[in-house]
Design a protein around this ligand. Structure first.
Ligand code: KIV
Length: 271
């Protein structure tokens, strides 16, 4: 029987078993109760309360401004909605780099105050101490390598990472380090598909890709992008499953027209 057919809660263990069984893992972002309910009921394995909330919920240009308190608010709303998915929460910029004690404190706050199941953070060897300390408290950690948006001002561009040999080799080393330290999975963002497959084949923990091709163990997308709520963003890796921007705008325009024309409310829609 497939792991998928059971309505059991997804755990970090389930994900490793899925990789072993060759079953692909689905992951989507969600930041609020109503969206998370739909995502959970649709059978998504991992819900990521991503710091992309900074962009799609708050309208910031980058993920850097979002705070730990704001991430905890989003995460607790998501946790209240779910029955099956594993909920992973991004540690926001400034909450884990350079000070492993502070990193542990941030991760504990997320777990205690939101009820989420795991945290995610960006980077390799430079955040090793933070990862180890968080893991020492029994908190599962997901890594994130490649195009790590919290470092956008270092990169200066959102283009594909690790195309050059030196950066590709460093990425492979970092992935192996993250596995050795004890991360339960790694997100690889916007890197060549061949490199992502090489990483997925060399580690036993699941590799979840975004713009990293089909040779990895699972896929993640930002829900506002795949539903077409954001409509001005067209990276090659993005498949749109709906055009909700247009559908929602059309519905709202109809409502405005009905109010103006006095068609709404009608006799049946009043007391
Ligand atoms: O914050 C986010 O949505 C993410 C995904 C792009 C992986 O980190």
């Amino acid at each position: 029987m497939s792991i998928h057919s059971e309505a059991k809660r997804i755990t970090t263990r389930t994900l490793v078993d899925m990789k072993k069984a060759g079953e692909k893992i689905s992951m989507l972002t969600a930041y609020d109760y109503s969206m998370a309910r739909i995502v959970d009921e649709a059978g998504v394995d991992i819900i990521l309360v991503g710091d992309s909330a900074s962009n799609v919920m708050a309208g910031h240009e980058t993920t850097l401004p979002i705070t730990l308190d704001q991430m905890i608010y989003h995460a607790s709303s998501v946790v209240r909605a779910i029955h099956r998915s594993l909920v992973v929460v991004d540690l926001p910029f400034g909450s884990y780099q350079g000070d492993s004690k502070f990193a542990l404190h941030s991760a504990i706050r997320i777990m205690k105050e939101s009820g989420a199941h795991a945290v995610k953070l960006e980077g390799g060897k430079e955040v090793k101490e933070s990862i180890s300390r968080i893991l020492s408290a029994g908190i599962p950690v997901m890594g994130h390598l490649g195009l790590t948006p919290q470092s956008i001002y270092k990169f200066g561009t959102y283009t594909v990472r690790a195309k050059e040999e030196e950066e590709a080799e460093a990425l492979v080393r970092d992935a192996m380090l993250l596995e050795k330290v004890g991360c339960f999975a790694i997100v690889l963002e916007k890197i060549p598909a061949t490199l992502a497959k090489e990483v997925a084949d060399s580690v036993s923990i699941p590799i979840i890709g975004i713009g990293a091709g089909g040779g990895v163990d699972g896929q993640v997308l930002v829900i506002h992008d795949m539903l077409g709520i954001t409509h001005e963003f067209h990276p090659r890796f993005l498949r749109r499953y709906s055009s909700l921007y247009n559908e929602m705008k059309g519905a709202i325009e109809n409502y405005v027209a009905d109010v103006r024309s006095k068609d709404f409310p009608n006799e049946k829609e009043q007391y």
